[in-house]
Design a protein around this ligand. Structure first.
Ligand code: NA7
Length: 539
């Protein structure tokens, strides 16, 4: 007998929905959460300007009609506090809190003959038949490893560990290091408060205007009324959002037609403003260059100082690193109190007692904000000492990069499920659409096992090899692997360079997952007892 049927690690969007679904199946489950509140990503990321880059109407659960009808999003793009309130509401509304242990870090998980033993930092061990890792893709923060940081006499913060009570930046000289999605959201807000802001940019990024606005309650009502169809389109789309796919190739259009399409996207705003304009932007470098040039022309139009504008112009393939979405980012560089330091020209050499020293100068500051990102997709999984069959460590199994079947399971780790793991669309999609799909698939799988008295399920080695190859081949047919992005671990020294997300889109991925389930979990190994195994096969 185990303590519970399932242990879920993480109480963000994934963990909350997992608990709800497992309870519906009649399973007992406990959620272990490191934070002192629910919310996951939206609990931790409290930096100024934190907001979702997917529209609020789409970045929410669809499993409950009542929830959809009662929650009123107030803006096109929801702020972190609003999303956190939503998740707290979900936890209350579905009575989830009684099975969530907050302030509890999972340190280890070991497969012990047909069940998992999970250890926490409180020194407890809990057992369960199933382990669901709902730990999030952007959870393990990249630690600032700048020489001299311990000498710094001011205050410093990582954006993903921003104090809940906020930080008063008025009258202070602030440095922001990092210009990814986070830096690009935070910089305008910090500039508006700080006496002086120095932005340390290593790689300029493409950023699309959010075109944020208050949501008209009538618009929200209409969206909710037609939600089934809206969500169906999102599920079948590539990115998990209900927008019509492009029909035409950029290289088949005239320069004027291209410009008109990009202008239309720019006015609409959002993460797909340019990338959804044409069919060939992710597969043809020349097509992609046309979108890049449009984005650069916009920066040059906005930023008054031509030297600063050039420094802000990215040169990489657009869309192959996560595209950013901003509210007044480039305009910020027209402010008198904002300075841009191009770290590529003048690398950061050290943090000193007084500030940030580059090869050219020392920049005295009172506060340093590190917006330097995450050990994405695998970091939070590998932080836990996970041991599968015969003591196999996940860290060893994934030494050369993550290996999964469908992004949901990995060979050698029976009854362990990963929500939106590497090898699934995850970070390339609207996470909530992907999370609901994964959690539903996992819950259906567990129901299937229980109905048939199957004690365990595990990814088969051959099917996993084939999936890893398939995911890599899909990526290799695109421009994605060209970029030095966190999608392939390039931001973490020593991390294997493996392109992790599944690039063929949510719709195609869902069909692949559904087919595997319909064929009796083809490619997985199912066992009634430790010694007996049957291979999932065609029904
Ligand atoms: P990202 O996208 O990984 O961005 C991190 C930024 O920090 C990026 O500009 C990095 O430059 C920069 N960085 C990282 N390390 C350093 C050092 N050592 N020196 C200078 N600059 C550095 O993280 P975010 O938090 O912005 O966004 C993560 C995701 O969250 C985002 O994509 C959304 O999906 C939500 P680099 O590009 O490596 O040259």
């Amino acid at each position: 007998m185990t303590d519970v049927d399932a242990i879920v690690v993480g109480a963000g969007f994934s963990g909350l929905y997992t608990l709800h679904r497992l309870r519906e199946l009649g399973l007992s489950a406990v959620v272990l959460e490191r934070g002192s509140g629910v919310g996951g990503t939206w609990y931790w990321n409290r930096y100024p300007g934190a907001r979702c880059d997917i529209e609020s109407i789409d970045y929410c659960y669809s499993f409950s009609r009542e929830l959809l009808e009662e929650w009123e999003w107030t803006e096109r793009y929801a702020t972190q506090p609003e999303i956190l309130r939503y998740l707290e509401h979900v936890a209350d509304r579905f009575d989830l809190r009684r099975d969530i242990r907050l302030g509890t870090t999972v340190t280890a998980a070991t497969w012990e003959h047909e069940h998992w033993a999970v250890e926490t930092d409180a020194g407890d061990t809990l057992t369960a038949q199933h382990l669901v890792l709902a730990v999030g893709n952007l959870t393990a923060v990249k630690r600032p490893d700048f020489a001299g940081l311990e000498e710094f006499e001011g205050d410093w913060y990582h954006t993903a560990r921003w104090p809940g009570e906020g930080v008063d930046l008025r009258g202070r000289r602030v440095a922001v290091i990092g210009t990814g999605s986070t830096g690009i959201q935070a910089i305008p807000r910090i500039a508006a408060q700080a006496e002086h802001l120095v932005v340390f940019q290593r790689t300029p990024n493409y950023s699309m205007p959010a075109v944020n606005r208050p949501l008209d309650p009538a618009e929200l009502r209409d969206a909710v009324a037609g939600y089934d169809e809206r969500r169906r389109r999102a599920r079948e789309s590539d990115a998990g959002v209900p927008i019509a796919p492009p029909e035409r190739a950029a290289l088949d259009a005239t320069p004027d037609e291209r410009r008109a399409a990009y202008e239309t996207g720019w006015r609409r705003g959002g993460i797909n403003a340019l990338s959804n304009a044409f069919t060939d932007l992710f597969t043809d470098a020349e097509a992609n260059r046309t979108a890049q040039e449009f984005a650069r022309s916009r920066i040059r139009e906005v930023v008054r100082d031509p030297v600063v504008a050039e420094a802000l112009c990215p040169s990489h393939t657009i869309g192959t690193k996560r595209t950013c979405v901003d509210i007044g980012y480039f305009e910020t560089y027209n402010r008198e109190n904002v300075e841009l330091v191009d770290v590529r020209r003048s690398p950061i050499e050290a943090i000193t007692a007084r500030g940030v020293a580059t090869a050219d100068a020392e920049h005295p500051v009172d506060v340093i904000v590190f917006a330097i990102g995450f050990d994405a997709m695998t970091g939070a999984l590998l932080e836990i000492d996970i041991r599968g069959r015969d003591g196999l460590a996940l860290r060893d199994a994934w030494e050369a990069g993550p290996r999964t079947l469908l992004g949901v399971a990995t060979a050698g780790f029976p009854n362990m499920f990963i929500v939106t793991g590497p090898g699934s669309p995850s970070v390339l999609s609207n996470m909530v659409v992907s999370i609901e799909q994964h959690v539903d698939w996992i819950a259906d799988c567990i129901a299937h096992l229980r109905e048939r008295g199957v004690a365990w399920i595990e990814a088969g080695e051959d099917a996993q090899d084939a999936w890893v190859e398939h995911v890599a081949a899909l990526a290799d047919a695109t421009l994605y692997p060209e970029a030095t992005s966190w999608y392939l671990g390039a931001n973490i020294p020593g991390k294997p360079r493996v392109f992790m997300p599944y690039v063929a889109g949510c719709g195609a991925y869902r069909r692949e997952c559904d087919e595997v389930a319909a064929r009796g979990y083809e490619g997985f190994v199912l066992g009634t007892r430790e010694a007996q195994a049957t291979t999932g096969r065609r029904a």
